[in-house]
Ligand binder design. Structure first.
Ligand code: CO
Length: 339
């Protein structure tokens, strides 16, 4: 299954190779051109019979990860997080480290040795380490290097009747949607762009926006759903199972209100549930693409995911199907009308 393969692949910011190879093999038969730019963005083009409008779909390939910054004398590894990870979700998780995918666990001082005051405080990154089972620095150095990434090892699976669980739904779910959307044909040039380094400041998107130079861009994402016990409804941001979400504002962009309205209207027309993301924090590639050259009309369509940026997230199958229907409906309308 495509989403399973995408989420179980590993790709921290700047090291998206495994994910890129997987996507390239998925799309090579359904697009006319494929290239990888200097940063590692995978830019694909389906030509279409007409010259315009030039449409861009974008999803980022990278995921949040841990980077090894020190190999200790006793063979334990110190690390930093790359992208926003809450240190409280890390302890006692399994990881794989580096290109050899060396298995390891995230360790900390055992509860027996913690002072009463320490037990009440969440562990900080400095109190955690990765244990790959080596006893000495040299032994660890033969298996991992400074700068290597450590990734969570979560296996993708179905949960209940309508849910998937897995790692890196942000943004492999966007990559899966983009690949599925490319399977249809369109009359205009459609660029499917898989970006790099989103989690460290939307870096890939800033050059991809410039080089593609689209008339309109739709960014496909996995976004926060905080629809859980103890959080009041107005703070839910998005709700799992109630359809894909549209962003009216985040920390990087105010998407084109006309485009957002159009997507809402399409949802009504085709009976596709759509929700507005009720939060203005967080940013996506839309911010950089919107601000490239003389400006681009952008919108962000995201699948609600619980427990995002952690070792395991949860999303709805129905939301995926509805998001794909809305993306395709949107792409089809661009064949008839002006942007
Ligand atoms: Co994302």
């Amino acid at each position: 299954m495509l989403l399973k393969r995408l989420t179980e692949a590993c790709g921290g910011p700047g090291q998206e190779g495994e994910v890129r190879d997987l996507i390239r093999s998925e799309v090579s038969d359904i697009v006319d051109e494929i290239k990888t730019d200097a940063l590692g963005n995978l830019i694909t083009l389906k030509k279409g019979a007409n010259l315009g409008p030039k449409v861009m779909l974008a999803a980022h390939m990278d995921e949040v990860a841990l980077m090894i910054v020190s190999i200790e004398k006793n063979g334990l590894l110190k690390f930093r997080s790359v992208g926003g990870i809450d240190p409280r979700v890390l302890v006692a998780k399994s990881v794989v480290v580096g290109s050899k995918r060396v298995p390891g666990v995230l360790g900390s001082k055992p509860i027996h040795l913690q002072k009463p005051g320490e037990r009440n405080k969440p562990l900080s990154l400095d109190e955690l380490f990765i244990d790959i089972g080596t006893k000495k620095q040299e032994e660890a150095e033969s298996q991992v290097s400074l700068g290597d990434y450590a990734y969570f090892t979560t296996e993708f699976s179905e949960l209940g009747t309508d849910k998937y669980k897995g790692k890196a739904f942000d943004d492999r779910v966007g990559c899966a949607l983009l690949i599925d959307a490319l399977k249809d044909t369109y009359t205009y040039p459609l660029y499917g762009v898989f970006t790099v380094q989103e989690e460290v400041g939307l870096r890939g998107a800033s050059v991809a926006g410039y080089s593609v130079n689209p008339d309109v861009a739709l960014i496909l994402e996995g976004t926060t759903a905080s629809d859980v016990t103890g959080i009041p409804k107005h703070k839910h941001a998005t709700t799992v199972g109630q359809g894909p979400s549209l962003t009216f504002m985040d920390s990087a962009a105010i998407p084109d209100p006309k485009l957002v309205a159009k997507l809402i209207k399409l949802g009504e027309l085709y009976d596709i549930p759509v929700q507005l993301r009720r939060n203005t924090a967080g940013g996506t590639d839309a911010g950089k693409i919107q601000a490239s050259r003389d400006g681009v009309s952008v919108a962000v369509l995201a699948i609600p995911c619980r427990y995002i940026h952690s070792p395991v997230s949860l999303m709805s199958k129905k939301d995926y199907d509805n998001a794909l229907r809305l993306v395709k409906a949107f792409l089809k309308t661009l064949e008839e009308s002006e942007v």
